[in-house]
Design a protein around this ligand. Structure first.
Ligand code: NAD
Length: 480
């Protein structure tokens, strides 16, 4: 059994003030694989004090010093990719192939993109009026991350904070402490000065809220649910912190009749189910032009029927379990609500997949599910489900597709499939979302990621992600 009972504070592994513990459960069987100590406000105080002390010298380091530390971190991370992938599969159930090729790899991808960003970054610039603007680290940052893309989210926050010259306290999801522990070990091995990075395990209402309220924290960067994001904003308001939020989504996938229907519908279904539907930017609402809607339903049904579900410890392109009992119950509840509201079911439904092996019978596996003819009044249209559940609906015109796609409180990503470039560009302009995918092509590491509306504010990744952690200072040119 893995016991995580120390926090990384001031460059050392320290005993927590709190003695509250929580089991670490593995989603494929529900078995306990470890235990983590959850911190309290005193632990946060200690970590923030260490970060504040370290800020004095770290904020004055040169860009070259920070680049050398990040290059060293890249070497260390590369050597531990397999450990990271195994940890992610154990703690949140992503299939091992995906953990290696996407989940763990994303941490490294973001790190490389931030190194390139920092190399190109101008720390000072002259304005046309002769004044000089410098971009300086904002201060001590509180970083709160979710369980669904654990290393991706840690990398998107910790790396730009450290690249900018900030110091930080990370509170990862209490459900995914294994990958966070490895990340802290990597930071230590890379030789970052003590106190620059600190790790406190804990839950949202205690450690998360203590960080958000802390008077010595200058900025909160939060990724998670819209509910918790507004709690962080409220807690941070008293001390006028900067707050960056990456929240939920209900992303539309608009497919026109002139697209490669077989490929785009099949891929849309797979993308919705990827990571067992537990991605904030998953294309969960598929809108299909009416002239090809019936064919699209057939293709989608076949794609869902072909979607293998199985043991995350085995290699392959199947999907794994949902990450815990709460998430399993929530997905079941949403499917039940869909059925109660009379939403037509295309495939899937309540319960576990029928062909699961006996040893996985207690795992939190859900059935790949598709509802169709879903309309905007229905719960399944509006609410983020966070499971392998797709909703489909027809549209008649481009204007109707835009209105339907934008009929959501969220605005994270939007997906467009059409053979007509001019239409793709019109749609890209009209859709109210932070990221656009066109004919299956997404953007790359180093591009900004984030949402409109209740999907959040601020952007992560590359230049925009670095700028989130910088303050602007202006001075006149020197004259004696
Ligand atoms: P969650 O909001 O329950 O938890 C996220 C983090 O917030 C955890 O570390 C949790 O401990 C903490 N937290 C909870 N309540 C808090 C509070 N009151 N104050 C401070 N911190 C608090 O979300 P989750 O279930 O871990 O993750 C799933 C959600 O995250 C989904 O809504 C998903 O869409 C969203 N998400 C968004 C992005 C993005 O980039 N937009 C990426 C991944 C996940």
């Amino acid at each position: 059994m893995i016991v995580l009972n120390e926090f990384y504070i001031g460059g050392d592994w320290q005993a927590p003030d709190s003695s509250q513990t929580m089991p670490i459960l593995t989603p494929s069987t529900g078995a306990q694989v470890g235990q983590v100590t959850l911190g309290n406000a005193q632990d946060v105080d200690r970590a923030v004090a260490a970060a504040q002390a370290a800020f004095v010298s770290y904020s004055m380091t040169t860009k070259d010093t920070r680049l050398a530390l990040l290059h060293r971190l890249a070497e260390v991370m590369q050597a531990r990719m397999e450990d990271l992938a195994q940890a992610i599969t154990t703690e949140m159930g992503a299939p091992i192939t995906m953990s290696r090729e996407v989940q763990a790899a994303s941490g490294f991808g973001h790190l490389e993109a931030f190194i390139a960003t920092l190399e190109a970054h101008q720390e000072e610039e002259a304005l046309t009026n002769g004044d000089i603007v410098s971009h300086e680290p904002i201060g001590v940052c509180g970083l709160i991350t979710p369980w669904n893309w654990p290393i991706n989210q840690i990398a998107l926050k910790v790396i730009p904070a450290l690249a900018a010259g900030c110091t930080c306290v990370l509170k990862p999801s209490e459900h995914t402490p294994l990958s966070a522990q490895l990340f802290a070990e990597m930071i230590h091995e890379a030789g970052f000065p003590p106190g620059v990075f600190n790790l406190v395990f804990g839950d949202g209402p205690s450690v998360g809220a203590a960080l958000s309220r802390h008077k010595d924290v200058a900025m909160m960067s939060f990724t998670g649910s819209t509910r918790a994001g507004s709690a962080v904003s409220r807690d941070a308001a008293e001390t006028i912190k900067r707050v960056a939020l990456e929240l939920g989504g209900k992303s539309p996938n608009v497919i026109f009749a002139d697209a490669d229907l077989e490929a785009r519908v099949t891929e849309g279904v797979r993308e919705c189910f990827d990571n067992t539907g537990q991605s904030c930017n998953a294309p969960t609402r598929m809108l299909v032009e009416r002239s090809v809607y019936d064919r699209a339903l057939d293709i989608a049904r076949s794609a869902a029927a072909a979607q293998a579900v199985g043991d995350p410890h085995q290699e392959g392109d199947h999907i794994g379990p949902l990450f815990d009992q709460l998430q399993y119950d929530r997905v079941q509840r949403m499917i039940q609500i869909g059925m109660d509201e009379g939403t037509p079911l295309l495939i899937g439904g309540l319960g576990r997949p029928e062909d699961l092996p006996a040893e996985l019978a207690q795992g939190w596996f859900a059935r790949p599910t598709i509802f169709f003819d879903v309309t905007p009044e229905m719960t399944l249209w509006r609410e983020e489900i966070f499971g392998p559940v797709l909703v489909m609906t027809p549209f008649d015109t481009e204007a109707e597709a835009i209105a339907l796609a934008n009929d959501t409180d969220y605005g994270l990503d939007a997906y467009i499939s059409t053979g007509d470039e001019a239409r793709a560009l019109r749609m890209a302009r009209a859709l109210r979302a932070g990221g656009i995918h066109i004919n299956g092509r997404a953007t790359d590491y180093g591009s900004p990621f984030g949402g409109f509306k209740q999907s959040g504010n601020g952007r992560e990744g590359g230049r925009f992600g670095l700028e989130d952690f910088l303050e602007v200072k202006v001075r006149p040119p020197f004259s004696a």
